[in-house]
Each structure stands twice: as C-alpha cells, then as structure tokens.
Ligand binder design. Structure first.
Ligand code: GSY
Length: 176
C-alpha cells in the first residue's frame, strides 16, 4: 500500500569490510533523501564482535529510528535497493559485508512472510542490535519487556562505543 499515513520503524545498520561508517552514513543520507522517509534519531556507532560466522572482522553497528509513509514491504525494498547501490556483495550467509540494513520493527506490525519478518526474528538474541537500540529507545517494549531488560539477558562484552552521539551520519565523508 502506498501513500498511507506515517509509520515508525527501526533499522539496524552494520558492516565489517571497507569503511563501514562511511557506508552507514551514506545509507542513512540516501534513505533520508527519499521524500517518503525521515530519519528521526540515530544511535552512536559501536564496534561489535561478529555474530554467526565468528572468524571474520569486528562489525560497526548502529540503529536508526525513522518515520515513513512506505509500507513495511516498500521500506524493505528501499533498504535492499540502498544496499545494492552501495555495492554490497552478497557472499556467505552471516559472513563479511560492506553494508547491511535490517528492518527491525515497523509500528506494532507482526509480519511473518518468507521475504520479511517483523519484528526481526533474531533481534532479541543480538547484543549488537539491542545495545544501540536501547540507547535511542530504552522504553520500547517487546514481548512484554523493555528493550533494556532484554539486553540484560545477553552478553554485551566486547561491544565498544566508537563514535558517541547520533550526528555522525550528517558529517563530511572525511570525518568518518
Ligand atoms: O545481520 C546483520 C549482519 N551481521 C552482523 C552485524 O551487523 N554485527 C555483528 N556483530 N555480527 C553480525 N553478523 C551478521 S550476519
């Protein structure tokens, strides 16, 4: 459905080859330039140990809150197109990547389709998602608990804030 009223969504951005901070900033700028998307809030950037295939470089990760008039499916398509435009190479599942944009939450919607599951089915197991998400939306509740409570059950050791604050994505490329 196009042109519907505004929805609130959360995205997780990450990458571990090339210059992930630049790729993440470019992705957020591209999304925000789309008239159907506004970036409302962005977390700090964190360096996070790899999850899944562990024999790969650390990732940089951040979470963004947006509002959008796109449907969840349209937003997913825009995220995938933005990834492709940033020359993402899809290799191994859970292997190294230039930029990944995951749709975490879309309003209170629950979608369980082959190409789109919302809330993201693995987000509550991933400290690299919940650390930045609890920075910008600690009060957000999922499965009856606050995000910050879910985070208490995970091992967040090894996660380090490398760029504090949410303004990094608007900076000049050279500053990242
Ligand atoms: O699903 C996102 C890609 N990804 C990541 C990630 O972004 N961060 C960390 N730390 N590990 C990851 N494993 C995968 S796959």
């Amino acid at each position: 459905m196009s042109g519907h009223s505004k929805s609130r969504a959360f995205l997780c951005l990450g990458g571990n080859i090339g210059e992930p901070a630049k790729a993440m900033a470019a992705a957020l700028r591209a999304l925000n330039e789309d008239e159907r998307v506004s970036v409302l809030q962005v977390s700090s950037i964190y360096r996070t140990p790899p999850w899944g295939v562990v024999d790969q470089p650390d990732f940089l990760n951040a979470v963004a809150e947006i509002d959008t008039t796109l449907s969840a499916h349209e937003l997913l398509q825009l995220c995938l197109a933005t990834e492709s435009a940033l020359k993402r190479e899809r290799h191994e599942r859970w292997g190294p990547r230039v930029i990944d944009i995951d749709l975490l939450l879309y309003d209170e919607e629950r979608i369980e389709e082959r190409d789109l599951q919302v809330p993201h089915p693995r987000m509550l197991e991933r400290a690299f998602v919940l650390v930045p998400l609890s920075e910008i939306a600690p009060e957000l509740r999922l499965e009856g608990r606050a995000i910050s409570d879910h985070l208490l059950r995970l091992d967040a050791s090894g996660i380090e804030r490398v760029r504090a604050g949410g303004g990094w994505w608007t900076m000049q490329e050279q500053a990242l």
